[in-house]
Every structure is written in C-alpha cells, then in structure tokens.
Design a protein around this ligand. Structure first.
Ligand code: TYM
Length: 336
C-alpha cells in the first residue's frame, strides 16, 4: 500500500440519499470534503441504511443513491484518491452498529435533537431504527479509525455521542477505537431555509421555495433567491437574531464567493435588498453550474459509476473488517 496513505490522517463522512442533495449539504459538508481530500485518507459514504429510518420509495432511493455518487464526483471528489462507497455494500456497518447498540444508553439516545425532530415529523413511524440511528452513525465513523468528521452544525451532537460510545467501549476493552473530532466550517455550517430563515434548509422541507438543490436549474434557483424572506429594514448587515434572512443570504454569498461579511456589507452599502438577492442567486448559479453539468454527464455513464462504487466498497471493507474482527475478539465472539 502507498506509504502516504498510511501516514495521512483519516476522514469519514456521509450523506443520506433521503432527498436530492441541497445547497445546505454542499456548503456545510461536501465543499469541505473536497478541500480536505488531498491532505487526508478519505472515506465518503452514501448512507442508504440511515435513509430507511424514514419511509422511502425503493425506486427513488436507488435513483438518488446513484445520482448522489455522480454529484460527489462532480463536486470534485476524485474516486482514485478518495474511497467513495455505498453504506449497505459494506456489511461491517450493520454488524458493528448492533454491537455498539449494546454500548449506547436509552437516556443518551432520547436526548438527540434529530430524533426528537424526526419523530415529530414522522409521528406515524417512530421506529427503533430512527431511535438507534446514532449507533449506526458511530459504527460508520469508528470502523475506519477516523480522526476527523467534516459535517454541518446539526450533526455535531451525533459526533459527540459517537465519542461517548467510543470512550465507553475503550474503557472496557482498551484502545480499540480512535477518538474522532467533528470538523465544522466557519461559514456555511448552518444554512437556513430561504422562506423561513429560522429553520434549517432541509431536503425534507415542505416549502419548495425554501430549499436549493445542487441539480436545480438556474431559472428556478434565481426565482427562489428573488423570493427569499428578508426583513423590513433596508441595509445588508450580519445579525442572526434580528436579521435572520439577510444573515443567511450573507452566509451563502460568503461561502460562494469567499468574501468576508465586512466586505459584503461594504459591497452592498446603499443598495437595495432586491439587488443583493439577485447577486446571491447569481453567485450560487455560477458555483453550481459546473457541478450540475458534470453530474448530468456522469449519471448517463452507469457502468463507470458502478465501477466506482464497487471498487470503493472493496477498499472500504478491507479497513472496516479489520476493526470489526478486533471488536468481535474483544467482546468474546468465537473466531470463524
Ligand atoms: P444529512 O444527510 O442530513 O446531511 C448531510 C451533511 O450535510 C450537512 N447539512 C447542512 N449543513 C449546513 N446547513 C444545512 N442546512 C445543512 N443540511 C445538511 C449535515 O450536517 C451533514 O454533514 N447523520 C448524517 C449522515 C451520516 C454521517 C455519518 C455523517 C451518517 N453517518 C457518519 C458523518 C459521519 C445526516 O443525517 O446527514
């Protein structure tokens, strides 16, 4: 194996194919994955097993899983340099998740904000998988002896419970798992809905105008930005409590252009909200255009995508199974 890979620190992260990829997941997660990918040994996963904690249409789930792979590559993740794979293709994830379930407490799972939110939204399907979701996420991360987990702000609590589970397990059996750290971007960690900026931009958003998708066409993107909720004042200034809509647009503009908040305030001083919203929309359209075009090309090349996810799963399984064997031995399972 390449010596560089051995010496590099490890990254693991994933996104659920439970909806089409959003601007939120791009700015909160994928953009950082691309920036970090040269410096780390990276595993980027499409977490389809997490997605079924909420009911999915099987045909749509399959379509989105493959489309998400194309979008990962189109965003700049080189499959020759990064291990890109589908979670359900590496059975070690499910196997370790079961074991970690036995080291995860009912009380700590009950405190998870995502569980509370999702069970409120899916009151007719509060299943055990939704509740024990963080144990599967901990398995994802710990299988690869991960150092860093680049995620948006909303996933911080899940990385923290993963660390608690690892500490508990290591406390009983010695140093089995490496302790992972969350990596949250300074700008873009929490992109809000364009129509209700007090809520996170989310692929499950009921209001179609609130969420921007990576594959959305430019006219629709511009329409959403022009309709974005602002406030009754007239100046562009960053203040999340009094100006949530404008502050969210500033976050997006800053992440898309690299400009600081001070520079943005100066650029739009004396100009109206209409002009600002148009500029933010244009910046997003130009940022997403090459990604969308490349993803469309890749989605048409099914055999290439298949070769990527097969190779990715093989590579991931090598590392994952090594950790799993160690765990099996530690807990007292008889060797096969
Ligand atoms: P998911 O699929 O909800 O979101 C994927 C990633 O995108 C980030 N994100 C956002 N960041 C900023 N603003 C937003 N509006 C926004 N919406 C989403 C999320 O923080 C996340 O980084 N449980 C995870 C998936 C997962 C995972 C893992 C992540 C499963 N196993 C192991 C890391 C490591 C989730 O539901 O993300």
């Amino acid at each position: 194996m390449d010596e560089n890979i051995i010496q590099k620190k490890t990254i693991f992260s994933g996104i659920q194919p439970s909806g089409d990829l959003t601007l939120g997941s791009y700015l909160g997660a994928i953009k950082n994955w691309v920036e970090l990918s040269d410096m780390y040994n990276c595993y980027y996963c499409i977490v389809d097993m997490h997605a079924i904690t909420v009911r999915q249409n099987p045909t749509e789930l399959r379509r989105r899983t493959i489309a998400q792979l194309a979008q990962y590559i189109a965003c700049g993740l080189d499959p020759d340099k990064n291990t890109i794979f589908i979670q359900s293709h590496v059975s070690a994830h499910a196997e370790l998740a079961w074991i970690l379930n036995c080291y995860t407490m009912f009380g700590e799972l009950s405190r998870m904000t995502q569980f509370k939110d999702k069970s409120a939204k899916n009151a007719d399907n509060i299943n055990a998988g939704l509740f024990t979701y963080p144990a599967l996420m901990a398995a994802d991360i710990l299988l690869y002896q991960t150092d860093l987990v680049p995620v948006g702000e909303d996933q911080k609590q899940h990385v923290e419970i993963c660390r608690d589970i690892a500490v508990r397990f290591n406390g009983v059996y010695g140093d089995v798992f490496k302790m992972p750290e969350p990596y949250i971007p300074k700008v873009g960690a929490r992109i809000m809905s364009l129509t209700s900026p007090e809520n996170k931009m989310s692929k499950s958003d009921k209001d179609p105008g609130g969420c921007i998708y990576i594959m959305q066409n430019p006219d629709d993107i511009m329409r959403c930005f022009k309709r974005a909720v602002t406030d009754s004042e007239t100046f562009v200034c960053y203040n999340t409590s009094t100006k949530p809509g404008i502050s969210n647009l500033m976050q997006i503009y800053s992440a898309a252009t690299g400009e600081s908040f001070e520079e943005i305030e100066k650029e739009f001083c004396g100009k109206g909200y209409g002009e600002f919203k148009t500029k933010v929309g244009e910046a997003v359209v130009e940022m997403l255009r090459p990604i969308r075009e490349e993803a469309e090309r890749l989605i048409a090349d099914k055999s290439y995508l298949e070769s990527v996810y097969k190779k990715g799963a093989e590579k991931a399984a090598l590392t994952a199974n090594k950790t799993l064997r160690k765990v099996y031995k530690k807990v007292g399972f008889v060797e096969k």
